[in-house]
Structure formats: C-alpha cells, structure tokens
Design a protein around this ligand. Structure first.
Ligand code: GDP
Ligand code: MG
Length: 451
C-alpha cells in the first residue's frame, strides 16, 4: 500500500455547458469548506482552492472514513470550463487528475456537455457527472446541504419519480456517448460505470456525495499517479501570464510535482527560446482577515505540489500559457531547457506547405485543435499560440486553394490591422471559443466549396 505522506493532492477541474452551474458548484464547495472550517480550514491558492480531507470527512459525517482515504484532500481549479482543462496540460496528457461534468438535469445535454465528455474520453480522465438544479424539479422541497439519499427520502413519490425520469434521460445521453452510467449510489464498480450524482449547487443538496465520489475515484484510479517526491525539483504548468501593479509580468502556475522555492532557477516555455530566470517572489492570496495590508498577496518561501502560486521574476513577458515550468540547477539547466523547448515544438507546427492556419490562446487549446484537425486529415500550414496578426492574414492570403486559405482562431483576438486586411482579401476566417464548433464550421465550409 502506498505511503500516505507521499500522495499529493489530486487536481480537479469542473466542466460542462455554460449556465449549467459550474461556478455555483465551485462556490458552494468553497463555501461549504469555509463554514465547516474548524478542522483544517481550506487553503486559498492562486487559481485553485484546496479542500483538506478533514473538511470533507466532517461533511460526510462519518469519522471512520478518515482512514479509508489516503489522499490529503482535493485541489479544485477555480476557473471552470473545458478551456481551463485543456490549458492545464502536462506532457502528453491533462494536468487535472479528476473532473466533474455539470449538466442541468432539466435542460439536458448541450454542445459543451458533449465537448467536455469527448475531451475527458480522449485524456482517459476519471470523472463524475453532476445532474444539477434538482431544486428546480416541480414540487421539490429543498433540504439545505443534506446528502442526496437523505433529501431524496423526504420528497413525495411523484417528485421522486420525476427526478428518476430526468436522471435516466441524462444516463441515456451518456450511454449514447459511449459511457455506461448509473445513479452513483447504484454503481458497484466505478471503473466500469460512471457515477451520476443528483445535486443542487444552490441549496447544497448532494454536495457531500460529489466529494465522496471524487475521493473514491482518486483512491481507486490514481494512487500510482499521485506518488510524488516533495524533495524533487518543482514541475508545473503555466495557467496564465498576468500583469500585476508594481510587479510587472507574473505567472500563475499550478505546481503538480516536487517543491518550488524562492530563489530557484526556473525554465519556462515561450514562443522563442525557453525563458531562464530566478524566482524573485512566490505569492499566495492574502487571508481575508488581513485586509489591512495593501497588497492582495503574501509571500511564501516555498510551495509543494499540488499547489497554485503566483511567481514574480524578471523576464516573464514572453511566457506561454499552458507551457511547462521546471526548476533547474546549474547541472540540469541545459538539459531541462532543451526538454522544455522540445515540448513546445511538439505542439507548434510550421510546415510552410499548403494547409490551414490555426491560432489559439494557450498551448493546451492549440494541442487540442491540432489533434481535431489532424484527425480529419486537414493539412495544417501553421499552428501557433497568439492572436491573429496582420502577418498571419497576409500569409493565409498567399494560399490559393480556398479550402486552405483559411484562418482558424480559438479564443484569440483579430488585430485591427489584420481585420482591415482580411476584409479586402478572400481569406476565410473562423473564430470561436468552442473547439468542436470550429471543426464543424470548417467541415461545413469544405462541403460548400466542393458542391
Ligand atoms: P456556469 O456558467 O456553468 O458557471 O453557471 P453558473 O454557476 O453561473 O449558474 C448559472 C445560473 O444558474 C445562475 O443564475 C445560478 O444561480 C443558477 N444555478 C446554478 N446552479 C443552480 C441550482 O442548483 N439550482 C438553481 N435553482 N439554480 C442554479
Ligand atoms: Mg461560470
């Protein structure tokens, strides 16, 4: 059996369609943890919230569970959406260890629900489905913060039947997507069957059950992957490059292995050569009780995985969201810089031959887009991170074949001078912040061209 001390906190990402309740669910989990905070308060990270195992076990109301779970807690990424999930990449995979897919039980599946499921299937990430907004089911009588079984028992027979009907619509949709699923308390083997938890993110009903299923998944699937050495050099992913008043460009990162210290030399991916710099400060959000300080942040000397932290250091301007950040020593610097560069180069494409051009906001979303277009055998001329520039527009306009005189932009802006140029050109531009919409729109365009 694994050593308890050497299991790091699993990283959890919340996904699902817009307005189905991702933010509300995260807020509720955070709020729940703060309120019941007497046993090991939650820790606010940069870009993430850590809920320790004690808080979760308290919530479940059975102290015996404390010894059943090996993981120290759960680290929830604060930015919901599959966009965050793909941004948080690690070499050849996703950084999030676990995911929650939120679906409005009254509305059912929507484009981003399907998209979330496809992404999770591709990365083989274990996840739980939350069938949200059960309080909106006609006749439902809310029971604040109760586990699902307890609140379900208090509903009338008709209301119970209404919930079951809607729930089995969700389960049917999951089946159509290639997943065997069941109401979570009817699942005997979570390796074979997806658990679906009926929840209200507003009233808190079913939230303890979601946490419990996540812990169970972490336990079963992840023990091997969550092993880490706290003494090892820090490895993380850049979540965001951010200007901060008085600090200049800073990086919000999620550290998923080892330890990162103030003064460490770090290597970070950029569009050119990897950045090599020294950590000037490690910053965490200030506790709410310390509002007398002017700065939102407080300094720490080191952080250990898994953790979200802001890094202040010289020369961070060109860092790429989604790229790796790794601690190096004098001896390892050259090797690590080469590895980081090759990792970036693996995702970028610059063939110069005929094909579409793809621009995306982060390395992870670029990787996902390239994967989708390659799957359809669409030739790619160039794929890189960044807004659509005048140069991109000019380059695309030199391609004669209308099928490939195409610019595809995911969550990027079109620079004004590029826009002016594009209006006068015959370059076809597709922009969206839904990957599969870009793929579908392009397919439709190809079909139209061929008719
Ligand atoms: P997101 O876009 O997925 O982050 O969705 P939000 O969390 O912003 O929720 C969208 C809307 O649905 C908001 O008005 C929420 O208050 C509401 N909402 C979310 N969860 C629930 C729920 O469980 N019950 C009810 N009645 N409303 C909810
Ligand atoms: Mg939201």
């Amino acid at each position: 059996m694994a050593d308890k001390k050497n299991l790091r906190t699993p990283i959890v990402c919340v996904m699902g369609h817009v307005d189905h309740g991702k933010t509300t669910l995260l807020d509720k989990i955070r709020g729940t943890a703060i309120v019941s905070g007497e046993a090991g308060a939650i820790t606010q990270h940069i870009g993430a919230t850590e809920v320790p195992i004690d808080v979760i076990v308290n919530k479940l109301g059975d102290p015996r569970l404390r010894d059943r779970f090996m993981v120290p807690g759960l680290l929830f990424i604060d930015t919901p959406g599959h966009h965050a999930f793909t941004t948080l990449r690690s070499r050849g995979g996703a950084l999030a260890d676990l995911a929650i897919v939120v679906v409005d039980i009254n509305e059912g599946f929507k484009p981003q629900t399907y998209e979330s499921l496809q992404i999770l299937k591709r990365f083989k990430t274990p996840f739980v489905v939350v069938a949200n907004k059960i309080d909106r089911i006609g006749g439902w009588v809310s029971q604040k913060d109760l586990p699902f079984a307890a609140t379900f028992k208090k509903q009338s027979t008709e209301v119970q039947a209404r919930l079951e009907t809607k729930l089995y619509e969700v389960i049917g949709e999951l089946y159509n997507q290639g997943f065997a699923a069941e109401r979570y308390d009817r699942v005997t083997n979570f390796q074979k069957t997806l658990g679906v938890v009926p929840v209200s993110a507003v009233t808190g009903e079913g939230i303890p059950d979601v946490l419990m299923v996540l812990l169970g998944l972490a336990q079963k699937f992840l023990e091997a992957n969550l092993q880490y050495s706290a003494k090892g050099p820090g490895v993380g992913t850049v979540l965001e490059v951010k200007e901060e008043k008085g600090l200049g460009a800073t990086l919000d990162i999620i550290l998923y292995d080892g330890t990162l210290k103030k003064g460490d030399t770090v290597v970070i991916g950029s569009l050119g050569e990897p950045i090599q710099t020294k950590v000037r400060a490690l910053l965490k959000p200030r506790e709410l009780s310390e509002i007398r300080y002017e700065s939102k942040f407080q300094q720490v000397n080191k952080v250990t995985a898994a953790a979200g932290v802001k890094i202040s250091a010289p020369g961070l301007e060109g860092a790429l969201a989604g790229s790796p950040i790794r601690v190096a020593t004098e001896e390892t610097l050259e090797e690590i810089a080469a590895q980081v560069k090759s990792e970036i180069d693996e995702v970028r494409i610059d063939t110069g031959s005929v094909g579409v051009m793809i621009k995306a906001d982060t390395l992870g979303s670029l990787e996902a887009l390239v994967h989708e277009f390659q799957k359809d055998n669409v030739p790619i001329r160039k794929a890189e991170v960044g807004d659509i520039s005048h140069r991109d527009a000019v380059e695309a306009s030199t391609v004669e074949d209308p099928l490939y005189s195409v610019l595809i932009g995911f969550s990027v802006k079109v620079h004004p001078d590029a826009r002016d140029f594009l209006q006068e050109s015959n370059v076809k531009v597709f922009t969206s912040d839904v990957i599969y919409r870009l793929v579908e729109d392009y397919q439709k365009y190809v079909k139209e061209q061929q008719e």
